[in-house]
Each structure stands twice: as C-alpha cells, then as structure tokens.
Design a protein around this ligand. Structure first.
Ligand SMILES: [Mg+2]
Length: 254
C-alpha cells in the first residue's frame, strides 16, 4: 500500500445523512490538515451547487472551500465538452441546468443527448416530455446511477430509478459520468494534480465509491454510516470502518 497523499471523500452517508451530521467529520479534516494531506469531496449528487455544500458543512462545524467540492454537474459539463455534445435536453435540477445552460437545445430541435440527473421535483409528466423529444439516435447520459440516497432515518429514490424508466421506454443503454465511472475519478485526480496510487477514496456505497475507486486503481475505505455492503462481501482489497473516527484510529496504526 502506497502512502496516502490525497483523499477523495464522498459526502452523503459519510459526513452526514440528510441534515444529521455523522461522527468524526471534524476530527478527520483536522487530522488531514495536521498531516499536510490534501482532500476533496466528490458527490454523485447533481442537485446542489458547491456553495450549498459549503454552507451545510459549515453548520456542522466543518470549514471547506468551494474549490474542494466536485458535483456530477461539473463532471457532466466536462464530459459533454470532450465529446462535443452541444444539443441536449435536461431532466434534472436547476444546478444541472445552470451548469449546462449553453448546450440546451431549442424546443423544436431533437436533442443529441438526454441528460439525466436527480431532482426531487421530477414527475411523470417531465419524464414523458423528455421521452417524446428523443429520436432513435438520442443518447442517454446520466450524472449517476445511484438508486437510493440515504436521508434522515430512511432512503429516497435517486437518479438510477428515473434512468431505469427511460432506458426501458427508449430501449437503449445509457452512459454514466459520475462514480463508478473512471471518468469521475480521473476528473477529480486531474483537478487537484493527485497521483492515482497515493490517493484514497472514502465512501459508503460499494458499487460507486468502493468498486469504482478500485477499478480506477485508487485505494478505498468503506464507512458504515450510510449504505450497507453487499451480502457475502469478503474482499480484502479495501478497508472497513464504523465511522470516520475509526478510520483515523486505523490510519494511525499504519
Ligand atoms: Mg454516499
């Protein structure tokens, strides 16, 4: 195991659940600062702009800068740029629409891509409207495939649930740009000039945070405060911790 020089944190289920902070957040950031280890936050959520995360984390006593937050709206913008996709319809939040504003196609045009993100206000009429705008060539590109998001004491449906309906109705596959896509991890490493083999991903969702990081050849640590691990999991490729305090304790033993 290479010495860790940079940490990418997931947010939901690691630092908070809904509006409830989880233990060890402040201690973890103090620990990294004291040891000169850089860090950022990579969330699969596309609903909120970075400044909203800053405010939320501040309420929990955590000082974080706007340039330390990466949302899947930002990753989507980069993806569309690289693939020269400029004619889109968006099913998602105001933040996602603002980030991709210049690419939104006119009402009478057929979109090259249908961009799918998460927003609590998306309803059946929005989904039907989006479906009716597509033709046989319209690609489906999603910010993330998460089916659930951990909230205070319960789970809500996320982007993956909407994606399921769209893919079935249009009978075609989709692309995901957020975690576990290598594109998301490469984007984060590039933003901060971090080296792959000395970067640790810390998250609560096996399919996105942990498997995604390992597939991208990063180190990975799972935190038990959000989503659960798959049944019969016995992989030795990542570490498991009850919360962020427990991760610090294990780190100190290395
Ligand atoms: Mg999470």
């Amino acid at each position: 195991v290479e010495k860790i020089k940079f940490v990418i944190f997931d947010l939901d289920g690691v630092f908070y659940r809904g509006f409830t902070p989880l233990s060890g957040g402040k201690e973890m950031l103090d620990f990294l600062q004291k040891n000169g280890i850089g860090y950022c936050f990579l969330t699969n959520n596309s609903s909120h702009p970075p400044y909203m995360y800053i405010e939320k984390l501040k309420d929990f006593g955590l000082d974080v800068y706007e340039n330390q937050i990466i949302t899947t709206s930002m990753i989507m913008d980069r993806y569309l740029d690289l693939h020269n996709i400029s004619n889109i319809h968006i099913l998602g939040s105001t933040h996602l629409k603002n980030a991709l504003k210049s690419r939104i196609c006119k009402k009478n045009e057929i979109p090259t891509a249908l961009i799918v993100g998460m927003d609590d206000s998306i309803n059946m009429a929005d989904i039907s409207y989006a479906l009716n705008r597509c033709d046989a060539n319209t690609q489906i590109i999603a910010t993330n495939g998460d089916y659930f998001i951990p909230r205070d004491g319960h789970f809500d449906l996320e982007c993956g649930a909407i994606l399921d309906i769209l893919c079935k109705a249009l009978n075609r596959p989709h692309i995901i740009v957020g975690k576990p896509s290598p594109f998301a991890f490469d984007f984060a490493l590039e933003c901060y000039g971090a080296a792959r083999n000395s970067t640790l991903m810390v998250g609560d969702t096996y399919e996105t945070d942990i498997k995604g990081a390992l597939d991208s050849r990063l180190q990975a640590a799972w935190i038990a405060t959000g989503n659960t691990l798959p049944k019969h999991d016995n992989s030795t490729k990542f570490t498991r911790h009850s919360d962020l305090n427990d991760l610090i304790q294990n780190w100190l033993k290395l």
